[in-house]
Ligand binder design. Structure first.
Ligand code: S3P
Length: 438
Protein backbone atom coordinates (compact mmCIF):
# COMPACT_ATOMS: atom_id res chain seq x y z
CA UNK A 1 0.00 0.00 0.00
CA UNK A 2 1.28 3.43 -0.87
CA UNK A 3 2.05 5.41 2.24
CA UNK A 4 1.57 8.75 0.51
CA UNK A 5 -1.69 10.59 -0.04
CA UNK A 6 -2.16 12.78 -3.09
CA UNK A 7 -4.93 15.40 -3.05
CA UNK A 8 -5.59 17.48 -6.16
CA UNK A 9 -9.00 18.94 -5.51
CA UNK A 10 -10.59 21.25 -2.99
CA UNK A 11 -13.81 20.18 -1.34
CA UNK A 12 -17.13 21.42 -2.60
CA UNK A 13 -20.00 22.55 -0.42
CA UNK A 14 -21.23 19.96 2.12
CA UNK A 15 -23.90 19.47 4.73
CA UNK A 16 -23.00 16.50 6.94
CA UNK A 17 -23.43 14.85 10.31
CA UNK A 18 -20.50 12.75 11.54
CA UNK A 19 -19.22 10.96 14.63
CA UNK A 20 -15.49 10.77 15.36
CA UNK A 21 -13.69 8.17 17.48
CA UNK A 22 -13.23 8.11 21.27
CA UNK A 23 -11.19 10.62 23.27
CA UNK A 24 -7.51 9.65 23.49
CA UNK A 25 -6.73 11.27 26.84
CA UNK A 26 -9.74 9.69 28.56
CA UNK A 27 -9.12 6.30 26.88
CA UNK A 28 -5.53 6.08 28.19
CA UNK A 29 -6.53 7.24 31.69
CA UNK A 30 -9.38 4.70 31.81
CA UNK A 31 -6.98 1.89 30.83
CA UNK A 32 -4.40 2.84 33.46
CA UNK A 33 -6.87 3.37 36.32
CA UNK A 34 -8.87 0.21 35.50
CA UNK A 35 -5.65 -1.79 35.67
CA UNK A 36 -5.53 -0.93 39.40
CA UNK A 37 -9.22 -1.46 40.16
CA UNK A 38 -10.47 -4.30 42.33
CA UNK A 39 -12.34 -6.24 39.65
CA UNK A 40 -13.70 -6.03 36.13
CA UNK A 41 -14.11 -2.67 34.32
CA UNK A 42 -15.62 -2.29 30.85
CA UNK A 43 -15.38 0.56 28.34
CA UNK A 44 -17.44 1.18 25.22
CA UNK A 45 -16.03 3.21 22.36
CA UNK A 46 -12.46 3.06 23.69
CA UNK A 47 -10.22 4.63 21.06
CA UNK A 48 -8.54 1.76 19.22
CA UNK A 49 -5.49 3.69 18.05
CA UNK A 50 -1.81 2.79 18.44
CA UNK A 51 -1.38 5.01 21.53
CA UNK A 52 -4.23 3.31 23.38
CA UNK A 53 -3.26 -0.18 22.20
CA UNK A 54 0.23 0.56 23.57
CA UNK A 55 -1.44 1.34 26.94
CA UNK A 56 -3.33 -1.97 26.82
CA UNK A 57 -0.11 -3.81 25.98
CA UNK A 58 1.66 -2.05 28.85
CA UNK A 59 -0.84 -3.21 31.48
CA UNK A 60 -0.78 -6.73 29.96
CA UNK A 61 3.01 -6.73 30.55
CA UNK A 62 2.23 -5.85 34.17
CA UNK A 63 0.13 -8.99 34.48
CA UNK A 64 -3.35 -7.55 33.87
CA UNK A 65 -5.79 -9.43 31.63
CA UNK A 66 -7.48 -7.49 28.83
CA UNK A 67 -10.25 -8.62 26.49
CA UNK A 68 -11.50 -6.82 23.40
CA UNK A 69 -14.75 -7.73 21.77
CA UNK A 70 -16.18 -5.49 19.05
CA UNK A 71 -16.64 -2.09 20.63
CA UNK A 72 -16.22 -3.34 24.21
CA UNK A 73 -12.95 -3.49 26.13
CA UNK A 74 -12.77 -5.41 29.43
CA UNK A 75 -9.95 -5.03 31.94
CA UNK A 76 -9.58 -7.49 34.80
CA UNK A 77 -7.99 -5.37 37.55
CA UNK A 78 -6.46 -7.09 40.56
CA UNK A 79 -6.31 -4.18 42.96
CA UNK A 80 -3.59 -1.79 43.97
CA UNK A 81 -0.97 -4.43 44.55
CA UNK A 82 -2.09 -6.55 41.61
CA UNK A 83 0.71 -5.89 39.13
CA UNK A 84 2.62 -9.11 38.65
CA UNK A 85 5.46 -9.22 36.19
CA UNK A 86 8.75 -10.85 35.41
CA UNK A 87 12.14 -9.31 36.13
CA UNK A 88 13.65 -7.19 33.34
CA UNK A 89 10.44 -6.27 31.54
CA UNK A 90 10.34 -3.54 28.93
CA UNK A 91 7.29 -1.34 28.46
CA UNK A 92 6.98 0.24 25.02
CA UNK A 93 5.07 3.54 25.03
CA UNK A 94 5.61 3.76 21.23
CA UNK A 95 4.64 7.32 20.19
CA UNK A 96 2.61 8.21 23.27
CA UNK A 97 3.87 10.91 25.63
CA UNK A 98 0.69 10.50 27.67
CA UNK A 99 1.23 6.78 28.24
CA UNK A 100 5.00 7.10 28.76
CA UNK A 101 4.69 9.86 31.34
CA UNK A 102 1.53 8.80 33.18
CA UNK A 103 2.54 5.18 33.65
CA UNK A 104 5.73 6.21 35.46
CA UNK A 105 3.53 7.58 38.26
CA UNK A 106 1.98 4.15 38.71
CA UNK A 107 5.36 2.43 38.78
CA UNK A 108 7.13 4.36 41.56
CA UNK A 109 6.81 1.47 43.98
CA UNK A 110 7.72 -1.36 41.60
CA UNK A 111 9.44 -4.48 42.91
CA UNK A 112 11.93 -4.83 40.04
CA UNK A 113 13.36 -2.17 37.73
CA UNK A 114 11.34 -1.59 34.56
CA UNK A 115 12.68 -0.25 31.28
CA UNK A 116 10.52 2.26 29.41
CA UNK A 117 11.14 2.61 25.69
CA UNK A 118 9.44 4.50 22.87
CA UNK A 119 9.66 5.13 19.14
CA UNK A 120 12.11 7.56 17.53
CA UNK A 121 9.93 10.61 18.15
CA UNK A 122 9.11 9.78 21.79
CA UNK A 123 12.77 8.98 22.47
CA UNK A 124 13.65 12.59 21.66
CA UNK A 125 11.11 14.03 24.11
CA UNK A 126 11.85 15.29 27.61
CA UNK A 127 11.18 12.75 30.36
CA UNK A 128 13.08 14.61 33.06
CA UNK A 129 9.94 16.74 33.47
CA UNK A 130 8.32 13.70 35.13
CA UNK A 131 11.32 11.72 36.42
CA UNK A 132 12.58 14.69 38.40
CA UNK A 133 9.41 15.23 40.54
CA UNK A 134 8.77 11.47 40.74
CA UNK A 135 12.26 10.89 42.13
CA UNK A 136 11.38 13.22 45.00
CA UNK A 137 8.90 10.55 46.14
CA UNK A 138 11.89 8.18 46.43
CA UNK A 139 11.91 6.28 43.12
CA UNK A 140 15.15 6.37 41.13
CA UNK A 141 15.57 6.84 37.40
CA UNK A 142 18.30 6.30 34.86
CA UNK A 143 17.63 8.31 31.71
CA UNK A 144 19.35 8.26 28.37
CA UNK A 145 21.39 11.46 27.82
CA UNK A 146 20.02 12.60 31.18
CA UNK A 147 16.52 13.38 30.00
CA UNK A 148 15.32 10.93 27.33
CA UNK A 149 14.08 7.42 26.70
CA UNK A 150 15.03 4.66 27.09
CA UNK A 151 14.89 5.02 30.84
CA UNK A 152 14.90 2.61 33.75
CA UNK A 153 12.67 3.22 36.76
CA UNK A 154 13.54 1.66 40.08
CA UNK A 155 10.67 1.83 42.54
CA UNK A 156 10.73 1.76 46.33
CA UNK A 157 8.34 0.93 49.14
CA UNK A 158 9.65 3.83 51.11
CA UNK A 159 7.80 6.66 49.37
CA UNK A 160 7.46 10.15 50.83
CA UNK A 161 4.80 12.72 49.85
CA UNK A 162 5.99 15.82 47.99
CA UNK A 163 5.08 19.41 47.20
CA UNK A 164 5.15 19.93 43.44
CA UNK A 165 4.75 23.12 41.46
CA UNK A 166 3.77 22.27 37.88
CA UNK A 167 4.72 25.30 35.80
CA UNK A 168 4.45 24.07 32.19
CA UNK A 169 0.67 23.70 32.06
CA UNK A 170 1.26 20.02 31.28
CA UNK A 171 -1.53 17.59 32.13
CA UNK A 172 0.88 14.72 31.55
CA UNK A 173 3.21 15.97 34.31
CA UNK A 174 0.33 16.79 36.66
CA UNK A 175 -1.30 13.39 36.12
CA UNK A 176 1.94 11.45 36.60
CA UNK A 177 2.36 13.15 39.99
CA UNK A 178 -1.28 12.50 40.96
CA UNK A 179 -0.72 8.81 40.13
CA UNK A 180 2.53 8.76 42.13
CA UNK A 181 0.82 10.44 45.09
CA UNK A 182 -1.98 7.85 45.00
CA UNK A 183 0.63 5.20 45.91
CA UNK A 184 2.28 7.30 48.64
CA UNK A 185 1.42 7.47 52.37
CA UNK A 186 0.69 11.07 53.44
CA UNK A 187 -0.46 14.24 51.69
CA UNK A 188 1.04 15.30 48.37
CA UNK A 189 0.28 18.88 47.42
CA UNK A 190 0.32 19.95 43.77
CA UNK A 191 0.11 23.53 42.56
CA UNK A 192 -0.49 23.23 38.84
CA UNK A 193 -0.87 25.69 36.01
CA UNK A 194 -4.18 25.13 34.24
CA UNK A 195 -4.27 22.09 31.94
CA UNK A 196 -6.73 19.37 30.93
CA UNK A 197 -8.32 17.88 34.04
CA UNK A 198 -9.55 14.42 32.98
CA UNK A 199 -7.45 12.70 35.65
CA UNK A 200 -8.93 14.84 38.42
CA UNK A 201 -12.50 14.29 37.15
CA UNK A 202 -11.97 10.53 37.06
CA UNK A 203 -10.53 10.57 40.58
CA UNK A 204 -13.51 12.60 41.78
CA UNK A 205 -15.98 10.24 40.11
CA UNK A 206 -14.21 7.27 41.74
CA UNK A 207 -14.42 9.06 45.11
CA UNK A 208 -10.67 8.81 45.66
CA UNK A 209 -9.17 10.87 48.52
CA UNK A 210 -8.29 13.88 46.39
CA UNK A 211 -9.23 17.50 47.05
CA UNK A 212 -9.17 19.98 44.17
CA UNK A 213 -9.32 23.74 44.62
CA UNK A 214 -9.69 25.65 41.37
CA UNK A 215 -8.06 29.08 41.71
CA UNK A 216 -8.10 31.74 39.00
CA UNK A 217 -4.68 31.03 37.47
CA UNK A 218 -3.80 27.62 38.88
CA UNK A 219 -5.27 24.56 40.57
CA UNK A 220 -4.32 23.22 43.96
CA UNK A 221 -4.63 19.45 44.24
CA UNK A 222 -4.15 17.55 47.48
CA UNK A 223 -3.75 13.79 47.07
CA UNK A 224 -3.77 11.18 49.84
CA UNK A 225 -2.79 7.54 49.52
CA UNK A 226 -5.41 5.46 47.69
CA UNK A 227 -5.97 1.93 48.94
CA UNK A 228 -8.77 0.80 46.68
CA UNK A 229 -10.34 1.69 43.34
CA UNK A 230 -13.73 0.18 42.57
CA UNK A 231 -14.05 -1.19 39.04
CA UNK A 232 -15.86 1.23 36.75
CA UNK A 233 -17.46 1.21 33.33
CA UNK A 234 -17.10 4.07 30.89
CA UNK A 235 -18.65 5.12 27.58
CA UNK A 236 -15.84 7.14 26.04
CA UNK A 237 -17.14 10.34 24.34
CA UNK A 238 -15.77 11.52 21.00
CA UNK A 239 -12.48 13.40 20.94
CA UNK A 240 -12.57 17.20 20.53
CA UNK A 241 -9.04 17.14 19.07
CA UNK A 242 -10.10 14.69 16.35
CA UNK A 243 -13.32 16.71 15.83
CA UNK A 244 -11.27 19.86 15.28
CA UNK A 245 -9.97 18.70 11.89
CA UNK A 246 -13.55 18.66 10.62
CA UNK A 247 -14.54 21.85 12.46
CA UNK A 248 -11.77 23.68 10.61
CA UNK A 249 -12.66 21.96 7.32
CA UNK A 250 -16.24 23.21 7.66
CA UNK A 251 -15.13 26.71 8.70
CA UNK A 252 -12.90 27.00 5.61
CA UNK A 253 -15.28 25.41 3.08
CA UNK A 254 -17.87 27.41 1.16
CA UNK A 255 -21.55 27.45 2.26
CA UNK A 256 -21.11 24.28 4.29
CA UNK A 257 -22.62 22.93 7.47
CA UNK A 258 -21.43 20.24 9.83
CA UNK A 259 -22.71 18.51 12.97
CA UNK A 260 -20.38 16.34 15.09
CA UNK A 261 -22.21 14.15 17.57
CA UNK A 262 -21.48 13.44 21.20
CA UNK A 263 -18.13 15.19 21.69
CA UNK A 264 -16.32 15.73 24.99
CA UNK A 265 -16.40 19.50 25.57
CA UNK A 266 -14.50 19.67 28.84
CA UNK A 267 -13.64 23.41 29.13
CA UNK A 268 -9.97 22.50 29.67
CA UNK A 269 -10.00 21.18 26.07
CA UNK A 270 -12.16 23.72 24.21
CA UNK A 271 -9.58 26.46 23.65
CA UNK A 272 -9.84 25.78 19.91
CA UNK A 273 -13.57 26.61 19.97
CA UNK A 274 -12.99 29.81 21.96
CA UNK A 275 -10.20 30.94 19.61
CA UNK A 276 -12.15 30.12 16.44
CA UNK A 277 -15.23 31.93 17.75
CA UNK A 278 -13.12 35.02 18.47
CA UNK A 279 -11.93 34.80 14.85
CA UNK A 280 -15.52 34.86 13.60
CA UNK A 281 -16.25 31.17 13.01
CA UNK A 282 -19.87 30.23 13.62
CA UNK A 283 -19.76 27.32 16.13
CA UNK A 284 -22.17 26.34 18.85
CA UNK A 285 -22.98 23.39 21.13
CA UNK A 286 -26.38 21.71 21.40
CA UNK A 287 -27.75 18.83 23.42
CA UNK A 288 -25.51 19.35 26.48
CA UNK A 289 -25.00 16.42 28.84
CA UNK A 290 -22.78 15.60 31.79
CA UNK A 291 -21.29 12.12 31.96
CA UNK A 292 -19.28 11.07 35.02
CA UNK A 293 -18.28 14.71 35.56
CA UNK A 294 -17.29 15.32 31.90
CA UNK A 295 -19.30 17.69 29.70
CA UNK A 296 -20.38 16.55 26.27
CA UNK A 297 -22.52 17.95 23.45
CA UNK A 298 -23.11 17.95 19.71
CA UNK A 299 -21.01 20.54 17.86
CA UNK A 300 -22.56 22.66 15.06
CA UNK A 301 -20.29 24.53 12.62
CA UNK A 302 -21.01 26.71 9.57
CA UNK A 303 -18.61 28.10 6.96
CA UNK A 304 -17.09 31.36 8.08
CA UNK A 305 -18.11 34.34 5.90
CA UNK A 306 -15.33 36.54 7.24
CA UNK A 307 -12.37 35.51 9.38
CA UNK A 308 -10.76 38.04 11.73
CA UNK A 309 -7.14 37.97 12.78
CA UNK A 310 -6.39 37.40 16.47
CA UNK A 311 -3.86 38.34 19.09
CA UNK A 312 -4.37 35.04 20.84
CA UNK A 313 -4.62 35.30 24.66
CA UNK A 314 -1.96 33.04 26.19
CA UNK A 315 -4.42 31.84 28.81
CA UNK A 316 -6.01 29.76 26.02
CA UNK A 317 -2.73 28.07 25.02
CA UNK A 318 -3.00 24.99 27.21
CA UNK A 319 -6.63 24.23 26.36
CA UNK A 320 -5.86 24.46 22.62
CA UNK A 321 -2.36 22.97 22.66
CA UNK A 322 -3.09 20.08 20.27
CA UNK A 323 -5.06 22.26 17.85
CA UNK A 324 -2.66 25.11 17.02
CA UNK A 325 -1.68 23.70 13.62
CA UNK A 326 -5.34 23.86 12.64
CA UNK A 327 -5.81 27.31 14.16
CA UNK A 328 -2.86 28.48 12.00
CA UNK A 329 -4.85 27.42 8.90
CA UNK A 330 -7.75 29.61 10.00
CA UNK A 331 -5.28 32.48 10.58
CA UNK A 332 -3.96 31.95 7.02
CA UNK A 333 -7.43 32.86 5.70
CA UNK A 334 -7.97 35.77 8.13
CA UNK A 335 -8.01 39.46 7.30
CA UNK A 336 -4.93 40.86 9.02
CA UNK A 337 -2.00 39.58 11.06
CA UNK A 338 -2.57 37.00 13.79
CA UNK A 339 -0.17 36.60 16.67
CA UNK A 340 0.33 33.49 18.84
CA UNK A 341 2.90 33.63 21.64
CA UNK A 342 4.35 31.72 24.61
CA UNK A 343 4.12 28.54 22.56
CA UNK A 344 7.43 26.87 23.43
CA UNK A 345 5.52 23.72 24.49
CA UNK A 346 4.36 23.31 20.88
CA UNK A 347 7.89 22.42 19.78
CA UNK A 348 8.02 19.67 22.44
CA UNK A 349 5.29 17.51 20.92
CA UNK A 350 5.54 14.51 18.57
CA UNK A 351 7.41 16.88 16.21
CA UNK A 352 8.49 20.53 16.58
CA UNK A 353 5.03 21.71 15.56
CA UNK A 354 5.64 25.45 15.70
CA UNK A 355 8.56 25.15 13.28
CA UNK A 356 6.93 22.59 10.96
CA UNK A 357 3.60 24.46 11.07
CA UNK A 358 5.33 27.64 9.94
CA UNK A 359 7.17 25.75 7.14
CA UNK A 360 3.85 24.40 5.85
CA UNK A 361 2.35 27.91 5.86
CA UNK A 362 5.37 29.17 3.89
CA UNK A 363 4.91 26.40 1.32
CA UNK A 364 1.28 27.55 1.05
CA UNK A 365 2.47 31.07 0.22
CA UNK A 366 1.57 32.53 3.61
CA UNK A 367 4.02 34.97 5.15
CA UNK A 368 5.01 34.18 8.74
CA UNK A 369 7.46 35.52 11.27
CA UNK A 370 8.39 32.74 13.65
CA UNK A 371 10.54 32.85 16.77
CA UNK A 372 11.37 30.09 19.24
CA UNK A 373 8.00 30.46 20.93
CA UNK A 374 5.77 32.65 18.78
CA UNK A 375 4.39 33.05 15.30
CA UNK A 376 2.88 35.95 13.37
CA UNK A 377 0.71 34.85 10.47
CA UNK A 378 -0.06 37.35 7.70
CA UNK A 379 -3.53 36.20 6.67
CA UNK A 380 -5.02 36.44 3.18
CA UNK A 381 -8.83 36.11 2.79
CA UNK A 382 -8.32 35.28 -0.92
CA UNK A 383 -5.65 32.63 -0.40
CA UNK A 384 -5.72 30.00 -3.16
CA UNK A 385 -2.97 27.49 -3.92
CA UNK A 386 -2.14 26.48 -7.50
CA UNK A 387 1.13 24.65 -7.06
CA UNK A 388 2.54 21.32 -5.93
CA UNK A 389 3.22 21.00 -2.22
CA UNK A 390 5.17 18.09 -0.73
CA UNK A 391 4.85 17.34 2.98
CA UNK A 392 7.41 14.86 4.27
CA UNK A 393 10.01 14.29 7.01
CA UNK A 394 7.75 15.42 9.83
CA UNK A 395 8.68 12.65 12.32
CA UNK A 396 5.46 10.85 11.36
CA UNK A 397 3.51 13.33 13.48
CA UNK A 398 -0.17 12.36 13.09
CA UNK A 399 -1.38 15.94 13.57
CA UNK A 400 0.95 17.30 10.85
CA UNK A 401 -0.40 14.71 8.41
CA UNK A 402 -4.07 15.36 9.18
CA UNK A 403 -3.67 19.16 9.22
CA UNK A 404 -2.03 18.97 5.78
CA UNK A 405 -5.03 17.01 4.47
CA UNK A 406 -7.39 19.72 5.76
CA UNK A 407 -5.21 22.43 4.17
CA UNK A 408 -5.25 20.60 0.81
CA UNK A 409 -9.03 20.19 0.86
CA UNK A 410 -9.56 23.82 1.91
CA UNK A 411 -7.06 25.82 -0.16
CA UNK A 412 -6.49 23.70 -3.30
CA UNK A 413 -3.21 22.91 -5.08
CA UNK A 414 -1.65 19.49 -5.58
CA UNK A 415 -0.55 18.02 -2.27
CA UNK A 416 1.70 14.99 -1.82
CA UNK A 417 1.48 14.13 1.87
CA UNK A 418 3.77 11.36 3.09
CA UNK A 419 3.46 8.92 6.03
CA UNK A 420 -0.27 8.28 5.78
CA UNK A 421 -0.03 5.56 8.43
CA UNK A 422 0.76 8.21 11.05
CA UNK A 423 -3.01 8.62 11.55
CA UNK A 424 -3.04 5.27 13.36
CA UNK A 425 -1.49 6.98 16.39
CA UNK A 426 -4.66 8.85 17.31
CA UNK A 427 -7.33 8.63 14.64
CA UNK A 428 -7.24 5.51 12.42
CA UNK A 429 -10.67 6.27 10.87
CA UNK A 430 -9.65 9.83 9.81
CA UNK A 431 -9.34 9.10 6.08
CA UNK A 432 -12.52 7.00 6.02
CA UNK A 433 -14.43 10.01 7.37
CA UNK A 434 -12.64 12.32 4.89
CA UNK A 435 -13.83 10.02 2.07
CA UNK A 436 -17.44 10.74 3.05
CA UNK A 437 -16.81 14.40 2.17
CA UNK A 438 -15.10 13.81 -1.20
C1 S3P B 1 -2.25 15.14 27.05
C2 S3P B 1 -1.69 16.32 27.43
C3 S3P B 1 -1.04 17.27 26.50
C4 S3P B 1 -1.40 16.96 25.05
C5 S3P B 1 -1.33 15.50 24.73
C6 S3P B 1 -2.28 14.71 25.63
C7 S3P B 1 -2.87 14.26 28.07
O1 S3P B 1 0.36 17.16 26.65
O2 S3P B 1 -0.56 17.68 24.18
O3 S3P B 1 -1.70 15.26 23.39
O4 S3P B 1 -3.64 13.35 27.73
O5 S3P B 1 -2.59 14.48 29.26
P1 S3P B 1 1.13 17.96 27.81
O6 S3P B 1 0.55 17.54 29.08
O7 S3P B 1 2.57 17.60 27.69
O8 S3P B 1 0.89 19.40 27.49
Amino acid sequence: MQNKLIIKKKLKTFNKTITVSGDKSISIRWVLLSSLANGVSKAKNLLMSEDVIAALNAIKKLGIKVKINNNLCTIYGKGFEGYNYKKKIKIDAQNSGTLGRLILGLLINTKYPIKLIGDKSLSKRDFRRVSSPLSEFGATFKLNKNKNLPLVINGTNNLKPIFYHEKLGSAQCKSAIIFGAMRTEGKTIIKANKSRNHTELLCKYLKLPIIIKNKKNYDEIVVNKVTKINPFNYKIPSDISSSSFFIVLAALSKNSKLIIKNVNINPSRTGVIKILKKMGVNIYFKNHKIYKGEKKADIYVKSAKKINSINCPTKLNSSAIDEFLLIFLIAARAKGISYFKDLSELDKKESPRLQIGSEILKKMGVKTVTTKNSIRIFGNPNLRINKKIIIKNFSKDHRIFMTSVIAALSFGGEWHIHDKDSINTSFPSFLKIIDKFR
